[in-house]
Design a protein around this ligand. Structure first.
Ligand SMILES: [Zn+2]
Length: 415
């Protein structure tokens, strides 16, 4: 799936090169019907500034800058712990000078590194643009989404396909709710998010109401959302209303209780429903391609502070269909708790998705899995993983965990 929207940084100390490359990229993006946000930088400091303030997906980086760091040193300095960015190094220096550098970078960065020889022709720039699309289109989705989608693609009977469509829908909704709810907390509007959950498993209908409530809560805030693309996806101006309508229709027609209890229907019925929804749900899934920008992660170990207030964490990035997930090291001033799942923004901030999503050992399978919130009772949270096993977590009172103490007000009602 190619991204409909991405962001590229053109870094060169010659401004006319930035201008001409930007113009070509704009033309190409029109031809391929994409929205490309173009940033530029003409010094090493500016490059690092842009990377710290914008979500950049690809870098077109000149080797030579007047004074300061060169492109090679910038690559060493910039932070990209999950290998999310494609780096294209440009240079017009004699091949002999760059040979070793290019080999070294290929070894270190593999497919994330490309080299573009200056001066280049428009065809080469077009080739580069297509490489960016390929790279971004192949970045893995967050595990819970990638996993349900893979099951859907592999399902053969109509009944299995319908169940897997339901799993895809549920994972998209729970993921979105997890992000929106966490963002409500970050933006300080959690008390305004009045979601009423009955004292039982959260139904698809309840998830949908939660989704729309949390969405409008974020939309009414002036602060910048953590995942602007997600907010847009469900906004009226971008067809969000029809996305929600589709989800409601699917819920009503499929009647999750019947599926959950294996209420056997004629095979024709399953065929018809699958036929009706498969295409639309696939395009909805494709619309979530921006989630590949936001690695989900969980903390493995926490080191003592590196320096004042900065911690080094070993984190596992939870992207793609299944493990073993790679471990990376991250330095940050933010306090990250073990056992919780975070979304990571390319410019280096974190959003804690607790309590909607957890990544923990399933006691029955002895494998670490993603758990989505299944039930929120006054005393405990119950979670369910795709293996269908449950996980229970107490909800202690007091100030031990602000999430646990704040959420009951907003999340739980004995109605
Ligand atoms: Zn299990």
């Amino acid at each position: 799936m190619k991204p409909a929207e991405f962001s590229i940084l053109i870094a060169d100390d010659e401004r006319d090169i930035i201008a001409s490359v930007a113009e070509h990229i704009t033309q190409l993006s029109r031809r391929f019907k994409q929205t490309v946000h173009i940033h530029s930088a003409s010094s090493a400091i500016e490059v690092l500034d842009v990377l710290g303030s914008q979500d950049v997906d690809a870098l077109l980086l000149d080797y030579h800058f007047e004074g300061g760091m060169n492109g090679d040193e910038i690559m060493d300095t910039m932070s990209d712990p999950f290998g999310q960015k494609l780096i294209i190094l440009m240079s017009g220096r004699p091949p002999k000078e760059l040979e070793q550098l290019v080999i070294k970078r290929h070894k270190k960065l593999g497919g994330r590194f490309r080299f573009l020889r200056k001066p280049f022709e428009t065809l080469e720039l077009q080739e580069m643009y297509l490489q960016v699309l390929d790279f971004l289109g192949n970045r893995p989705y967050p595990c819970p989404l990638a996993y349900t989608h893979q099951v859907m693609t592999g399902a053969t009977t109509a009944h299995d396909r319908l169940r897997s469509l339901k799993d895809v829908v549920e994972s998209l909704i729970s993921y979105s709710v997890g992000v929106f709810t966490a963002d409500c907390k970050r933006l300080g509007c959690l008390p305004a998010m009045k979601v009423k959950l009955a004292n039982g498993p959260i139904t698809l209908g309840a998830w949908l109401r939660w989704l729309t409530t949390a969405h409008s809560c974020i939309a009414s805030q002036s602060g910048e959302p953590f995942m602007p693309e997600l907010l847009q996806l469900f906004s009226d101006t971008t067809g969000g209303a029809s996305a929600v309508k589709l989800l409601y229709e699917f819920k009503n027609e499929v009647r999750d209780t019947e599926l959950a209890h294996w209420f056997a229907r004629e095979e024709d019925w399953y065929d018809r429903i699958v036929e009706r929804y498969a295409g639309e749900i696939q395009s909805m899934f494709d619309g979530f391609v921006f989630t590949t920008r936001y690695p989900l992660l969980t903390v493995e170990t926490i080191d003592l502070p590196r320096c004042l207030a900065t911690f080094r964490y070993s984190v596992r990035s939870l992207m793609g269909v299944s493990g073993p997930f790679p471990v990376n090291s991250i330095d940050t001033q933010e306090r990250l708790t073990k056992g919780e799942v975070f979304a990571y923004r390319p410019r280096g901030t974190f959003l804690c998705l607790h309590p909607v999503i957890r990544f923990e050992m399933c006691g029955k399978c002895s494998v670490r899995r993603f758990f989505f919130l299944e039930q929120a009772a006054p005393s405990k949270f119950t979670y369910r993983a795709h293996c269908n096993h449950l996980l229970e977590r107490e909800r202690p009172g007091g100030n031990q965990d602000t999430w646990f103490s704040e959420l009951p007000v907003a999340l739980f009602s004995s109605a």
